[in-house]
Design a protein around this ligand. Structure first.
Ligand SMILES: [Zn+2]
Length: 303
């Protein structure tokens, strides 16, 4: 039997292209249409919501990225207002540096790539990931100065630094191909996450993508994927024989990777730093959990 998976076409990227260039033109011509534009986005999202609810078909991976991105933008007025403020900031910067908004354009994109600056037919185009809307005004001034001045090394450094900050994590999830799938046969990773977050992080962490992996890995019980902001756990732990405490410990270990990041020293990358190990030992009944792992012949992330 041949099954044909129909995909829903909403025209999200075409909408965004038109919408953003309209916004760009309005601000550059000093037409303040922000209330109209804000409402326009919201109406469009509502209409797509309706289409998605009434059609039982999935979105393409690209459409899914745009969908997450546009719903993030619509979900909170502070998000939309910040994007609008950045458009104003960029255009003010252009004016102050005698750069014409007709030869230079700028667009926020839902993309894995942090930013790209290119020249096509005497048109300069700066595309940048939406997550950078949350960077502050000083960051934007430094970044625009670097990019438009041709200092790409500095621009790369600035964008990397911001992309490694916790403010940027939700945007890594938006463009990720790893699906949030926390519910296993026995354990729900989202439940464990909430307990850990309350107990060890004062509830400060936002939820990463949580998923049971498809492969049954024994040497690595879990991993943290920085580029996706995803904690992925081996399904050998999704088993009644395995104590809840052990699964919880493995999730905690991976969350510490997220919090501690990677330390680079003389060209080498370190993840299990002394500070990491100190935090790891804060896990309640740490010694007991390690002993149980040994009994079950499991060892998490020995490197
Ligand atoms: Zn580790």
């Amino acid at each position: 039997m041949v099954t044909y998976q129909r995909r829903l076409k909403l025209g999200l990227s075409a909408f965004w292209k038109r919408y953003f260039s309209l916004l760009w033109r309005q601000v550059s011509e000093n037409h303040d249409e922000r209330h109209y534009m804000r409402a326009l986005l919201h109406r469009q999202i509502e209409s797509w919501h309706h289409t998605i609810r009434t059609n039982n078909a999935p979105l393409s991976p690209q459409a899914r990225q745009y969908w997450r991105f546009l719903t993030w933008l619509d979900a909170d007025d502070t998000h939309w207002n910040r994007v609008y403020a950045v458009v104003q900031l960029v255009l003010t910067f252009f004016r102050d540096h005698q750069i014409s908004p007709l030869t230079h354009t700028f667009c926020f994109k839902p993309s894995k790539q942090l930013w790209a600056y290119r020249k096509r037919n005497r048109q300069h185009i700066l595309n940048i990931s939406l997550g950078f809307a949350l960077a502050d005004d000083n960051w934007w001034h430094a970044f625009l100065t670097a990019v438009l001045g041709g200092d790409y090394a500095t621009a790369r450094q600035l964008s990397q630094d911001f992309a490694n900050s916790t403010l940027y994590q939700p945007f890594r999830r938006m463009v990720s191909v790893i699906a949030h799938a926390p519910v296993g046969q026995v354990y729900n990773l989202a439940e464990l996450f909430h307990e850990i977050n309350t107990t060890y992080f004062n509830g400060r962490l936002d939820m990463p993508t949580l998923a049971w992996s498809k492969r049954r890995t024994y040497a690595k019980l879990g991993s943290y994927h920085f580029n996706h902001d995803a904690v992925v756990i081996s399904p050998i732990l999704d088993d009644k024989q395995v104590d809840r405490e052990i699964v919880s410990y493995v999730v905690y270990h991976e969350l510490l990777h997220r919090v501690h990041g990677v330390v680079e020293r003389s060209g080498r990358r370190y993840v299990h730093t002394p500070a990491f190990r100190r935090d790891e030992k804060r896990f309640l009944h740490y010694d007991h959990v390690i002993a149980r792992l040994n009994e079950l012949n499991l060892r998490n992330d020995p490197s």
